[in-house]
Design a binder for this molecule. Structure first.
Ligand code: HEM
Length: 435
């Protein structure tokens, strides 16, 4: 049955002509479409698909009427090839019961474990960078954040496996995105080059899971302890597959996102000398760098970085029953596309393209704005938000305090790859010298 057009939007020919741009610059394409057609745009694809740009409507979908919006979308189905039915992709009862089991690992009381993990992880990388000062910044940040996830969630250093896990994550996510963009998806059992790469990456992640399950837990409320306890209490509901899916989900969701924000922060600091110097003085004058309150300016720089470069730049949902958005009747099983990137670059922000951390000098007031959603909104909001908000500024502060970071290639025009997260399109090479 042909899809009924209920909202304005481009025709099939325009979509076809823009196919390359849609793939390489989806956010630019979405913003163009909204400028042309208004707050809701429908796309001529085989299922009813709409993007929305009005913050109140996004809030309605993600928060006030979230019950009618599921994660059964192409984006999350593709991601689940890697993560299985983990917290990020699951819906309904499975999501609800898993979130309840895992939430205590992210309570405020657990922040001391996060801070301890930041300190220990940083020391590992500090030594590595002192001995090998030539780095690629995005990869270096990825190794650092992976080390933090390993220690904070699993009570284990991942430095031995980190190279393999980091590259397996990137490889798996890139193939997942390439698959999601194919007009006719090829089943994963067909041995294409990409599928072999994907299966190799999944095998590597599974091997890491096996190692993690063997490691001793640190704290009764640590993530890995909660998973083990859930398995022991109800081995049917929380079987080995469920545990594997959660571990892979948290490895993937817990490090690439923070690393992406930190890589962009380096790029922006390199372009904005005055802001860089304010960050360095704050980092050097803070006594121990084990408390977020010591780095208010770095917090606002991190928040502003995620406004310009929200790592999770695309959020999708599928309607369960029909609903009305922007006065338009949306059918059941329709795809709803929302983009934190688009909302955070819109005209409601004064001079939206300017990097201006002073917007967040009172982080609480800005973080509460409905146009600012780097961590999503509502019940499905990021479970690792508080961890990320501690991790980013404190890690950046430590590096700025101890190292002089000199770019050895041009970072001014690195370009942006819109994969599962936003990451710099070309390498950002640097030499790190101990101060
Ligand atoms: C700067 C860092 C981060 C960003 C920008 C980010 C972004 C997001 C966003 C936008 C969502 C919601 C997606 C949706 O509604 O469809 C989300 C969910 C999630 N994030 Fe994060 N995240 C970050 C860090 C982390 C960390 C550190 C962890 C774990 C240690 C984590 C684990 C998760 C999980 C498991 C979910 C699914 C939660 C649920 O549905 O119950 N994230 N994240």
């Amino acid at each position: 049955m042909a899809v009924k057009h209920v909202a304005p939007g481009p025709d099939a020919l325009t979509m076809l002509k823009n196919l390359a741009a849609i793939r390489s610059d989806t956010t630019g394409f979405l913003m163009n479409m909204h400028q042309k057609y208004g707050a809701i745009v429908q796309y001529p694809v085989p299922i009813p698909a709409f993007s929305i740009s009005n913050p109140e409507t996004v809030d309605y979908v993600l928060r006030s009427n979230a019950r009618n919006y599921a994660k059964q979308t192409l984006q999350y189905k593709s991601l689940s090839i890697v993560t299985g039915e983990g917290l990020l992709t699951a819906d309904g009862e499975i999501w609800k019961s898993h979130r309840k089991v895992l939430q205590p690992a992210f309570h405020r009381a657990m922040q001391s474990l996060v801070i301890e993990s930041i300190e220990d992880s940083y020391l590992v990388l500090q030594e590595k960078w002192t001995n090998n000062p030539e780095v690629e910044i995005a990869a270096a940040m990825q190794h650092l954040t992976l080390e933090v996830v390993g220690r904070a969630l699993f009570g284990k250093s991942l430095s031995g496996e980190s190279e393999a896990i980091a590259s397996a994550t990137i490889a798996a996510l890139d193939v997942v995105v390439a698959k999601a963009q194919m007009p006719l998806p090829i089943p994963t059992w067909v041995p294409t080059k990409n599928h072999r790469k994907l299966n190799r990456a999944i095998r590597q992640l599974d091997e890491a899971v096996e190692q993690l399950l063997l490691s001793p837990a640190t704290h009764p409320d640590a993530f890995i302890s909660l998973l083990r306890e859930a398995h022991e209490t109800d081995p049917q509901k929380f079987d080995i597959k469920a545990i594997r899916d959660e571990i892979v989900t948290f490895i993937v969701a817990g490090h690439e996102t923070v690393a992406s924000a930190m890589a962009w922060m380096w790029q922006l600091l390199n372009e904005n000398n005055e802001i860089l110097h304010t960050c360095i003085s704050e980092a050097k004058s803070a006594p121990h760098l084990n408390d977020l309150a010591q780095v208010p300016y770095l917090q606002s720089v991190f928040a502003e970085t995620m406004r310009l470069y929200p790592p999770a730049w695309l959020i999708t949902r599928s309607t369960i029953s029909n609903d009305t958005l922007e006065g338009i009747e949306i059918p059941a099983n329709a795809l709803i596309i929302m983009s934190p990137y688009m909302l955070q670059h819109q005209g409601s922000w004064q001079d939206p393209e300017k990097f201006d951390p002073s917007r967040f000098s009172d982080p609480q007031s800005q973080l509460a704005r409905s146009e600012y959603l780097p961590f999503g909104l509502g019940a499905r909001m990021c479970i690792g938000r508080d961890m990320a908000l501690v991790e980013g500024p404190l890690l950046m502060a430590r590096i700025l305090r101890d190292f002089d970071v000199r770019p050895t290639n041009d970072w001014s025009d690195v370009g942006m790859t819109q994969s599962v997260t936003l990451h710099p399109a070309s390498p950002m090479l640097a030499k790190l010298s101990r101060i």
